[in-house]
Design a protein around this ligand. Sequence first.
Ligand code: SF4
Ligand code: SF4
Length: 225
Amino acid sequence: MLVAELKPTEEILGYLRPGERVFILSCNGCVASVGAGGEKAIADLRAVFSQNGHAVTGSLLAPFACNKALVGLRLLREEPALSQAHVLFVAACGVGVQAVAQVVDKAVYPATNTVTYGAFQGLWPGEERCQRCGQCLLAYTGGICPLTTCAKGLLHGPCGGSHEGECEVEKGRPCGWQKIYDRLSKIGRLDLLHQCRTPHDRKAHLEVPGTRRRSTLWDLERLED
Ligand code: SF4
Ligand code: SF4
């Protein structure tokens, strides 16, 4: 069973610059059943933002945030409210947040930490993967997970091996950090790369067997082909 939790209020507010307006998207799928999504997350987040000087321009309850096509369509209907927002907060698992970031041209921040998945990666198959690190840092990386997209799981920037957008680990594999850079550049938020972050607590990975920690589920799936 998927386990996720809303991030601490201080962390959520810490992502925002003074006066920034927000749009809230909450997944009504798996995370709703554990209280980190659904209507409850929208109500909780709306209260946090409203009480701390951040206007909420709108909200959307999405059946499954990991379904990019559906979320994209639903967000089209919300365009007037979405366009008024500086950033979009997503209450969903790590896969869902990444999927939403793929269909929105503005900063997308996770409102949740994903702790475990219970053996699946989103209900709609896509390229996004999450290693349920329990400390989601997608707010700093343009909604692209460095733990699963970078072959080495580097969290603070690229190694020296990226060449013309390709990862040194495997021919034809895009460099995850090039993708992150390109995404942040596209939404005009390269400043996020300069933000200081508290170190990632690797102990939060304990549920993942040690042999798998450095390889992505994407790689494991391909090895099994
Ligand atoms: S940073 Fe990556 S691994 Fe951690 S919760 Fe977010 S998507 Fe999952
Ligand atoms: S080349 Fe890019 S994706 Fe590959 S290990 Fe280095 S930073 Fe990560």
